[in-house]
Design a protein around this ligand. Structure first.
Ligand code: ASP
Length: 437
């Protein structure tokens, strides 16, 4: 049995957190491979080391002196080492990184050093080997992650060590320069290592006890989700619930390795288990979660006998494609069709777009309506239990909310609802409380 464990920046922000991490890792001998982030925020106004490194890079480009600013970065690492009482001198590494930054080593290189340095310290503290991600995580010429080559290199390397720390977030381009994933990318590294190690579980340790059924900013103390499938997670993350990097799902999903989201500050909590399939669900709650986003617009089009006019929808879709507009949903009536579009995408295109639709499709009317929020009610249990939609709509009606759009995916995994932005918060609360009493 092998577990791969990844610790986020807040879990490695200072010496106290390092101690907690060591306790977690050492309490279970099958936690063989540890993926580490750069030191995150210690308090809410603090700055993540990754952001400090990006700042240094910008300063160098602007020909500003980084001496003083870089001292603060050094301080963060030296404080951790001193507080842990480690006999470890990292000053040579810190000088090397500074010099490289002063000599145009690139933006990704600068950012990647946050995880590199932190992982050196963590490996030392745990007594684990250190595997540099630059030798085992590869990108292709076009900048895409090279899954096959990485899998091969990583597998070979992991075989050499029983216990190791691997820095998250970065890898190498074919020419040897450092490239990072997008922000939060250590989650992706963790997933890649789990796949290569043939792990039984990928534990992702962060500062929350897993996914909540609803956004805690909108619902007080929402319940945690115990088990969620990859597909449900995708629906909820798309709608704004974020804990895990979107791309972190793919490598483990191929291999069928579950991900367990855990809280470093509350290791006693079970967290959320993300699995490929789950047949059971909570019969009391039925839904897995509810999430949403504001900032959508409808393009509403009407035309008598639309249903009989072959090619009408295609002509409209052609226009939208010409204007490079993504369509999120496409609800239709007999003589009406609407398109749900992110409002930001319409910027600067409105008049021309309307004129093009008039010209190409000759509708009776076409109008754009802004100020829409979209809500996704997600749950694998919905396929099996009757009356879920009725409960969602009754809860919204009781809360005095007018539903502007309804869409149910063919998988019956979700119900998507459009409401006025002003009703958004109330709607999320009403749906949540209908299912969680
Ligand atoms: N340190 C990087 C960031 O802040 C990557 C990570 O923590 O996952 O985005």
């Amino acid at each position: 049995m092998i577990k791969v464990v990844k610790f986020g920046g807040s879990s490695l922000a200072d010496a106290d957190h390092f101690r907690q991490v060591a306790q977690i890792v050492q309490s279970d001998k099958i936690r063989h491979y540890v993926v580490a982030s750069a030191p995150g925020k210690r308090f809410s106004s603090d700055i993540k080391v990754t952001d400090m490194l990006y700042r240094c890079y910008e300063m160098v480009r602007a020909h500003q002196n980084i001496d003083e600013y870089y001292e603060q970065i050094k301080q963060r690492y030296n404080d951790i080492i001193a507080d842990l009482g480690l006999n470890f001198d990292i000053s040579g590494e810190l000088e090397y990184v500074k010099n490289a930054m002063l000599h145009a080593s690139g933006r990704d290189y600068a950012a990647s050093r946050g995880e590199y340095l932190n992982s050196l310290i963590l490996a030392k503290y745990l007594g684990f080997s250190f595997i540099d991600a630059e030798n085992v995580i590869m990108f292709k010429e076009n900048g895409q992650f090279d899954a096959e080559y990485t899998q091969q290199l990583m597998q070979e390397e992991l075989k050499k060590y029983e216990y190791a720390v691997i820095p998250g977030f970065y890898g190498s381009m074919p020419n040897g320069t450092i490239k990072t994933f997008s922000r939060g990318g250590s989650d992706v590294t963790g997933s890649i290592v789990a796949h290569a190690a043939g792990a039984d579980l990928y534990e992702n340790w962060t500062d929350v006890s897993g996914f909540m059924m609803a956004d805690p900013r909108l619902v007080e103390n929402p319940c945690a989700i115990e088990t969620i499938t990859y597909r449900e997670l995708r629906e909820l993350s798309y709608m704004g619930a974020s804990v895990l990097h979107e791309d972190a799902i793919f490598p483990v999903r191929i291999a069928g390795i579950p991900i367990n989201i855990r809280n470093t500050n509350r290791p006693e909590d079970a967290g959320t288990m993300i699995v490929a399939t789950a047949s059971s669900y909570d019969k009391q709650r039925i839904i897995t979660g509810v999430a949403g986003r504001k900032g959508f617009s409808f393009i509403n089009i009407e035309k008598d006998m639309m249903n009989a006019e072959v090619g009408f929808t295609r002509r409209i879709l052609d226009v939208l494609e010409d204007y490079d507009l993504p369509i999120e949903h496409l609800p239709t009536g007999i003589d009406t069709i609407s398109m749900v579009i992110p409002t930001a995408a319409l910027e600067g295109k409105r008049e021309k777009l309307l004129a093009s639709i008039e010209r190409r499709a000759r509708p009776d009317s076409v109008v754009i309506e802004d100020g829409i929020a979209m809500i996704a009610v997600v749950g694998r249990g919905m396929t099996k239990s009757k009356g879920t939609a009725a409960r969602v709509f009754t809860a919204l009606a009781k809360a005095g909310i007018n539903i502007r759009m309804i869409d149910q995916g063919s998988s019956e995994l979700n119900i998507i609802i459009g409401v006025e932005e002003a009703d958004y918060e109330t709607a999320i609360g009403a749906i949540y409380h209908e299912f969680v009493k």
